[in-house]
Each structure stands twice: as structure tokens, then as C-alpha cells.
Write a protein that binds this ligand. Sequence first.
Ligand code: AMP
Length: 414
Amino acid sequence: MFVLTDLTFESFGLASPILGALTAAGFIKPTPIQAKAIPHALAGRDVLGIAQTGTGKTAAFALPMINAMTDRLHSKRFSTRALVLAPTRELAVQIEQEIKKFAAGLGLRTVLIVGGVSRFGQVQRMMRGADIVVGCPGRVVDLMNTRELVIDQCQFFVLDEADRMLDLGFMPDIRKVVNALPARRQSALFSATMPAEIAKLANGLLREPVRVEIEAVASTPSRIEQSVYFAEGPEKRNLLIKLLHQPEFSKTVVFTRTKRGADRVALMLNSSKISAAALHGNLSQNQRQRALDAFKAGEVRALVATDIAARGIDVNAVSHVINFELPNEPESYVHRIGRTARNGADGVAVAFCDATELPYLTQIEKLTGIKMKVAGGERPRQAMPVKKPARHPDMQVRKIKPKRPPYQEKRKVA
Ligand code: AMP
């Protein structure tokens, strides 16, 4: 999905073990965001990056940070020299893996601090002091509260996918983290979009940052072939089975709007002899990682996911993305189909649309500027009203029971 520049990593003056690790990882030339951000970050500047996953932004912030840590000066017990915050556990895992790859042979201590798994192992690792902590806001604040993570000596701070952090309600946690950081530090903030609240956050967090902007969220990679099938409820299920039985749908991400929907579709596929795994926020961290690993390894052909769970996930060679249900935010469609056609490969995105989803399709076509090819069915003449307002799939909605009126004793009738 990204383009490479004609520059080299050597030209940035990175330490030679890092250059060696980059070559070993197959990184020959930098991507545009790396070319724009790395020289400034190496010079000590703060960075405001407007880019999405798939542009190479992880290396853009990680390489300068690692380069500053080749001195092998480790930090004190429970302290860290760098902190990277990501909105989802999967993204945090991916960032830590990428950092480990670049820092191979440098002996740096990285610690992953995410929820959904026991904190014991994380605290044990923090006991020895960390060089780089990668985590999600909830568990990071949790460990900060018990002083098992101390960030007052942290020299590097990265906030990744800031707009998703906002969507997920992480702003109060982020403010706590930022308030505990030392004033003398280098920071970077990455976001795919720049709503007013993120711009305000960036203002308070970054000191005279360089702004690097890569790809507008509305632009869909041209190598993705996009089409739509018009189908109602049960037809959608039959169509999905039919498509996934075709051998070219070898590694497909299927998107649903809700967590229950993802479970239902995965179950239905498995009972139709199509190996599938669900990926959503109600699963434990281990279950999520297992589903993702099985998909990456090709043990399951379909990963049925909700938006948030799949966001930022980097799986090579995804052959198809199927929008079993269209998202109600058109930007999510662009993120979803960005799971395919990565690393220079071609991809196919198929959308299923029923009469209630027609307005979503119109919004998507308006945003991308592409009229989707109709692969099957007939465009409904009129949109049907949605029965229930769609709510954000990964948001826990707690039902509040109405308070009972105070108990009143029935007056005894004499
Ligand atoms: P990111 O946007 O950081 O999630 O990167 C997306 C994918 O591109 C990851 O699999 C990276 O390992 C890969 N990648 C990033 N930069 C480069 C590069 N300069 N050369 C080759 N692969 C890269």
C-alpha cells in the first residue's frame, strides 16, 4: 500500500547495528513518512504525523528513538526511557515486535503493558527497568497508579493513532500520562485524522513540531479492486459461503458491525466447512492473539472482525476484504479495505449492501470518489429505515437499571 522513496537508511546516519537490522528485515529504502520524519526526529524535533497504518509510521518514530538508546544506559527499577501508547492491544503487540526487530542485538529492554492478560509478568519485567514500554492507556495508567511504572524520567513519548484513542474514550487516561511525563522530552503524535480535540491535544503535547502528512484518509489505494453485491439478510450469508468456497479467497478479512455479528458469522462459516476465527473486543487478549496468529499462519482462511479489533493490524497477503455489513462511518470503509493490497500486493474488496445500508454506500462513494462496480443483485430503489440505531461495535454499553421507587408500605385498610 505504501510507496518507497529513492533515499537510503544510511543517509540518515543511523547506528550501524540498526542499519544491519533493517537490511535483515528487508527494509531497503524508506517510505515517504520515514524520509520526512526521521531526519527531524534524529535532530531532536517533535513530530506531528498525519498518516495511517500501512505507511511505515512505526519505523518513522521507532528508529530515531532506538538510535538514541545505543548507549546501553538502562533505566532504574520500574522506570522507562521511552513510552509508546497505542489504542488497541493488537497494535501495541505489533509495535513492540517491530521495535524488537529494529533493536535486535542492541540488548534493549522492551516491555509490553496491555490489559486482558495478567499484570504479574509485566510488573516483573518492569522491576528490572525498561528502555521502551509499549502499551495501551488503561493498563499503563493502572501500573502508574501503583508506581510499578514510573515515567518521570521518560525521554521519548509517542502517541499512536490518537484519533482512535479519542473514539475509544481514552482521553482522560492520556491526560494522566502526559501530566506525569517530564517537561524535557521528545514527543511524537500520529493520527489519521485531525479533529479539533486532537489538534488541541497535540498543541499541549508537542513543542514546535514538524508536521508530516502522508495520505488523506479519503484516498483508497488504486490497486484495490472494489465491488458491491446488493443482497438482503439470508442472501448475504449464502453469498459469503459461496465466495469463500472459491480458492482465490485464500486469506479473507470479513467485517461485521457488531461483536455478536462477528461470532455468528464465524460460527456459520465453520459449520459450512470454511475455517474461520472471530476477532473482537469481547474476547480475551489470548483468544484475540490466537485468532490473529492462526489467520497469519494460514490455519484459518477467514478472520471475522469488528472495526476496532482489526484496526492497525498488519497481515501480509490478505487476498480479500469482505464488508459483510457496511460501516456507518465512511472513513471506516477506507480503513477496512486497507487491510488488503499491503506491501505492494494487489487486493480485492467486496461489499455487501442491503436496503438499510444504501445511505452508507452513498456516503462511501462520496468520500472515495469511486462509484462501485455492481457484482451482483440489484441496487434497491429506496433505502429502508434502519430498525435499531447502530452503536459503536466495541463500546461496552452498560444497561442502567431504573431505580425502584422507594418501598412504600401499603396502608392497611382498617
Ligand atoms: P506500519 O505503517 O508502521 O504499520 O508499517 C506497515 C508495514 O510496512 C509493516 O509490515 C512494516 O514492517 C512495513 N514497512 C515499513 N517501512 C518499510 C520499509 N521502508 N521497507 C519495507 N517494509 C516496510
